[in-house]
Design a protein around this ligand. Structure first.
Ligand code: 3HC
Length: 705
């Protein structure tokens, strides 16, 4: 059977319709640009055709170049006629009819058309910077000509998706048409402009380019300096837009292309492409069919109005859900509701939330007095105290009152999901849904599989996370689940390095230079050191061999709980969150180390980085060995969205591969000899090193229990 055509051409009453049909997102894969060129030639050659419409089949216009083709070497033969050039040289007008997404090369295609119309739900953007490149098909040259360099710079350096109505205000879209019959509207529009002469061709416009002053470009470079640290793509974007303002169109395009070619094979672009695909892969659970029927989740409830419960309720409200929330006492519930309101008010004060939107969101959160008031809900997320008897009690009660089929999820960060499941007569309906603090901000949503969790209960949890703007990933039900367990050795190693003579400010500087937005010790000060202290005490009681952290304990016992007490690993001036290195902390470190007889060393930055991250790489391998993670790339996604790992380094395991699996293994094996058991290399790591297989491609060594 013949392959279905990627691009179709048909005529309807004198209008040529070019339909791109390359599911799922109409990427410009090989064959698509050529198909567009052929269709344009047909339309231009057909005397009955007066104008043409370019439209996408399925759910989108065109989502851009085919990212999977990048890095595969040059295409067999570069096209002699690029569809962008053929479009804007077309003698007959072409209207781009946009629904879904017009991104990257997709928007660049639309910009080469003479007109653009879109439905209100459509989004346009040049998101190339998010995958470490810059628009490479004239986007940096056409967009500034159309909407001015300032607005173009903002769109191109942020990569954001711009909704149709805003795009119309900016001047990208000529007309927003009602949803429903885009093709009909496009044909009507095409008829309207069929006889127009001369045709509006963006490459010929330069009246807005004088806005591109040196101050604009310098200002943009300064403004992005923090978030663009260690990256080149955002600066290449600026350079290309700057070229649009000073060079003729064709020369600007040539420079853009040169920068694109330099950038597309860079380490930054490779890592960001990997992160893009890893984020799509993490949604797939191999042992659950993709067409599993999901359970309803329209009517959620949260148990516990503490910091986590409140943040979870806000996550639902922020994404349009009406959510019920309850707590053990009226006082606790009232306190929780006040805290939610205060959190929203802070966002309003910062300017990130409009006051009327705040009221809409707040009104979706419904406090209720008791568990009986939530019995008809589709889904419950329990976020009560992290104490086993409390959880057991709640799950017993939920089992007694909830309607059949209701989803019973727990936000525990460490308690065995099976303990809760076994309190019910419906353990198949129970799973973990672990949010990260602050729950309404952090994107990671760890779905924890209990031994008996039903496939649809897990699939629904994964989908629910996505519905509230999170990145869902599956974890096994072991101690610390997946994300926190993989990070625990990093935290432990920080404390050991400090005992051995590294100072908090040195460790934080290494990690910030590496790309974290803020150092790990400054983060601890921000969240409060008492949390870790309590966890350590509990763990020491639970596990006789638990490695104590005497310096961290001493800091807390001196009343230094972090920012909230004006001192922690750093000292703080009143009303200021800047961490200042504190000689007092240095003294505590040195004294404690001397008491314990721990020899002091100087550490190089590289040694610090490797000690912290390799400790977690080894643990991640153990997690894969036990089947508590499905794929190494899932661990990477969790580090990106749970712990602020720099995205342009791909993720923990991807980064380790940039050093080399053998070197990582040899280093860990050496440290095992030197420092003992905590560095015992995982068997999986050893096997990968022996075969030279990349860490980031590793899969679970056994099925998830
Ligand atoms: N190339 C190849 N595959 C792509 C793709 C692309 N540009 N965009 C999406 N896909 C694939 C995804 O990998 C996924 O595949 P899978 O089903 O096998 O996992 C499938 O299409 C569906 O994608 P999503 O799951 O992401 O679908 P959503 O509906 O959630 O999101 C989207 C749609 C917003 C279009 C999102 O996929 C996206 O952001 N895509 C990338 C857009 C982009 O970066 N475009 C610029 C490309 S670079 C470029 O154009 C260079 C040019 O300047 C020359």
């Amino acid at each position: 059977m013949a392959e279905p055509a990627l691009v179709r051409f048909e005529t309807e009453n004198g209008i040529g319709i070019i339909t791109v049909d390359n599911p799922p997102v109409n990427a410009l894969s090989p064959g698509v640009p050529q198909g567009i060129v052929e269709a344009l030639d047909k339309g231009n050659a057909d005397p009955s055709v007066t104008a043409m419409v370019l439209i996408g089949a399925g759910r989108s216009f065109i989502a851009g170049a085919d990212i999977r083709q990048f890095g595969r070497g040059p295409a067999a033969a570069p096209p002699t006629r690029r569809h962008y050039d053929v479009l804007d040289q077309s003698a007959k007008p072409v209207v781009a009819a946009i629904h879904g997404y017009a991104l990257g090369g997709g928007l660049e295609t639309a910009l080469a058309c003479h007109y653009r119309i879109a439905v209100p739900s459509a989004k346009v953007g040049l998101p190339e910077v998010l995958i470490g490149i810059l628009p490479g098909a004239g986007g940096t040259q056409r967009l500034p000509r159309l909407i001015g360099p300032k607005a173009a710079l903002e769109m191109i350096t942020s990569g954001r998706h711009v909704p149709a109505e805003e795009a119309q205000k900016l001047g990208i879209i000529d007309e927003v048409v009602p949803e429903g019959d885009l093709k009909g509207a496009a044909i009507a529009f095409a008829r309207k402009i069929a006889d127009q002469k001369p045709l509006p061709v963006i490459r010929n416009r330069d009246e807005k380019l004088s806005e591109g002053t040196p101050e604009l470009f310098e200002g943009t470079r300064k403004a992005i300096a923090r978030r663009a640290r260690n990256q080149r793509a955002p600066y290449a974007c600026i350079e290309a837009v700057e070229a649009a303002c000073r060079l003729p169109f064709d020369d600007g395009c040539a420079l853009e292309r040169k920068l694109f070619d330099e950038q597309v094979g860079s380490d930054e672009a490779k890592a960001l492409r990997y992160a893009f695909f890893a984020e799509r892969e993490v949604a797939k659970i191999p042992f659950i069919p993709a067409d599993t029927k999901l359970r309803p989740t329209d009517n959620p409830a949260v148990i516990g109005a503490g910091t986590m419960g409140g943040g979870i309720a806000m996550s639902f409200a922020d994404y349009g859900f009406d959510v019920k929330i309850t707590d053990a006492t009226k006082e606790a519930l009232d306190r929780g509701i006040s805290r939610i309101r205060a959190n929203y008010e802070t966002s309003v004060k910062r300017g990130s939330l409009a006051p009327d939107e705040m009221e809409r969101r707040f009104a979706r959160i419904h406090p209720v007095d008791s568990l009986d008031d939530i019995k008809d809900c589709d889904v419950v997320i329990e976020a009560a105290f992290e104490q086993i008897p409390v959880k057991e009690e709640i799950f017993k009660k939920l089992d007694a009152i909830m309607k059949p089929g209701a989803l019973l999820y727990s936000n525990t960060s460490g308690i065995d999901i099976d303990l809760m499941a076994n309190m019910t007569k419906r353990p198949q309906d129970v799973a973990g849904t672990h949010f990260f603090a602050p729950a309404n901000v952090m994107k990671l949503f760890e779905v924890v599989k209990g031994t008996k969790s039903a496939p649809d209960v897990l699939a629904t949890a994964m989908a629910l996370g996505r519905k509230i703007g999170k990145v869902s990933g599956l974890a096994g039900n072991g101690d610390g689940f997946l994300a926190n367990r993989s990070r625990a050795p990093f935290g432990m190693e920080i404390n050991i390095l400090i005992e051995e003579g590294a100072l908090p400010e040195q460790i934080d500087k290494v990690m910030v230079d590496f790309g974290y937005p803020i150092g790990p010790l400054a983060v601890s000060d921000l969240s409060g050191l008492d949390i870790g202290y309590d966890t350590r005490k509990r763990r020491a009681e639970q596990y006789p061999n638990y490695r104590k952290q005497p310096i961290a304990d001493r800091i807390v016992e001196m009343g230094r709980l972090g920012q909230k007490t004006g001192a922690g690993w750093y000292r703080y001036e009143p009303g200021d969150r800047t961490p200042h290195p504190d000689p007092e902390v240095t003294r505590i470190i040195r004294e404690t180390a001397a008491e314990l007889g721990i020899p002091q060393h100087e550490f190089s930055d590289d040694e610090i980085l490797r000690r912290l991250l390799f400790a977690s790489v080894n643990e991640a391998c153990k997690i894969l060995e036990e089947g508590a993670a499905l794929r190494a790339s899932d661990i990477d996604v969790m580090w990106l969205h749970g712990f602020g790992f720099p995205r342009y380094r791909g993720g923990l395991m991807y980064w380790a591969d940039t050093i080399g699996v053998r070197e990582v293994y040899n280093q860990i094996a050496g440290w095992h000899q030197r420092y003992g058991e905590r560095w015992r290399p995982s068997d999986l790591l050893r096997r990968l090193a022996e075969s030279g297989s990349p860490l980031h491609e590793a899969k679970a060594a056994r099925p998830m229990p």
